[in-house]
Design a protein around this ligand. Structure first.
Ligand code: NDP
Length: 311
């Protein structure tokens, strides 16, 4: 009997995944969770937010693949089957798409576009002396799959780039900081702070009022990670006082952002509805196929999530 993958997502269209997986691994079966009656041979699950108890339906499961790079909701579950590998997609196109958002958001701030847009609305010619990008210090929190790629792209364009991660890193052209002790120094040097951390027990609320106050006055803030990493009340206060000059926010502690949320009404905030990046079936399927080939031959899966660490 051929091994099979079960697919569950209320957000994603399964058909491009079916086609891309078939192209990458033609002998893999593919079934939609709602249509599975016989669960024998279902060894892999490709999922986004399946309902509680979902995994217990599939006793042959050997690998769970998260459809998103953010695995916070998955690792927080109490119904994960023991001994089953949890992997996340390492999709090169997802990194590129994320970097395009980060570049857009950093360039928009570094080139004073919000000030020009405001002046245009008033019919006002408002000259601001252009500055080279090297005069803008961009700090990337989280130098993982997405963060490191974005940091390199920012450095390639000419920004002065620093990064912050849990473990020490050495990356040409990027000043790397690691660990909580170095956080104040890192934050103090960010004209634009980009949050690209995973949501874990250690990062929830990390950007509180005290830490936001460590940024240079008038700094820009970009959040493409998870809303809960920043204290939104403190962020609103910092944006109102001008301590933070501009924010570009793609993620929020509650999504969709509630209609009455104060962030909607701040002139110095650009809001996008969690669109910075997605996994693309054609570029992600080969990695899933490679992991299945490894499992078939008794090798462990790659790109596994450390559930205890939370990412
Ligand atoms: P990775 O897991 O590859 O990297 C995480 C990075 O954060 C690593 O560098 C890690 O450090 C660092 N980190 C984790 N915890 C801490 C901590 N406590 N202190 C300091 N650094 C820490 O994640 P990705 O780059 O793939 O993705 C980042 C996040 O982006 C995802 O978790 C997701 O929430 C979000 N995302 C948002 C999307 C959107 O559309 N808005 C789309 C996709 C993802 P170390 O290297 O030392 O382990």
């Amino acid at each position: 009997m051929t091994d099979r993958m079960v697919f569950y997502s209320q957000m994603d269209n399964p058909e491009p995944w079916r086609a891309a997986l078939h192209a990458a691994l033609p002998d893999l079966g593919f079934a939609l969770a709602d249509s599975v009656t016989d669960t024998a041979g279902i060894r892999y699950a490709l999922v986004w937010n399946p309902p509680q108890g979902f995994f217990a339906r599939f006793p042959d499961l050997r690998m769970i693949v998260s459809l998103g790079a953010g695995v916070d909701a998955l690792v927080a579950r109490d119904d994960l089957p023991p001994g089953v590998a949890i992997t996340r997609l390492q999709d090169p196109m997802m990194s590129r798409m994320m970097a395009s958002y980060v570049l857009f958001a950093t360039l928009r701030l570094a080139r004073d576009i919000p000030a020009f847009a405001a002046a245009q609305r008033e019919g006002r010619w408002h000259f601001i002396e252009p500055r080279p990008l090297s005069h803008t210090r961009v700090g990337i929190m989280g130098l993982g799959e997405l963060g490191l790629f974005a940091a390199r792209e920012c450095a390639r364009l000419g920004f002065t780039v620093s990064g912050w991660s849990r473990s020490p890193k050495a990356e040409p052209g990027i000043t790397c900081h690691a660990g909580m002790d170095s956080l104040p120094a890192f934050l103090g040097e960010c004209d634009i702070l980009v949050c690209m951390l995973p949501k874990t027990p250690q990062t929830i609320g990390l950007l509180n009022a005290e830490r936001l106050a460590m940024l240079p006055r008038g700094a820009g803030f970009i959040n493409v990670a998870r809303g809960a990493i920043v204290d939104e009340e403190a962020l609103v206060a910092a944006l109102r006082s001008g301590r933070i000059g501009q924010a570009t926010l793609d993620v929020f502690s509650q999504e969709p952002l509630p209609q009455d949320h104060p962030l909607w009404h701040l002139d110095n905030v650009l809001i996008t509805p969690h669109v910075a990046s997605v996994a693309l079936p054609d570029s992600a399927a080969p990695q899933i196929a490679e992991n299945i080939r490894r499992l078939r031959t008794g090798l462990p899966a790659r790109d596994t999530v450390d559930v205890a660490r939370g990412y």
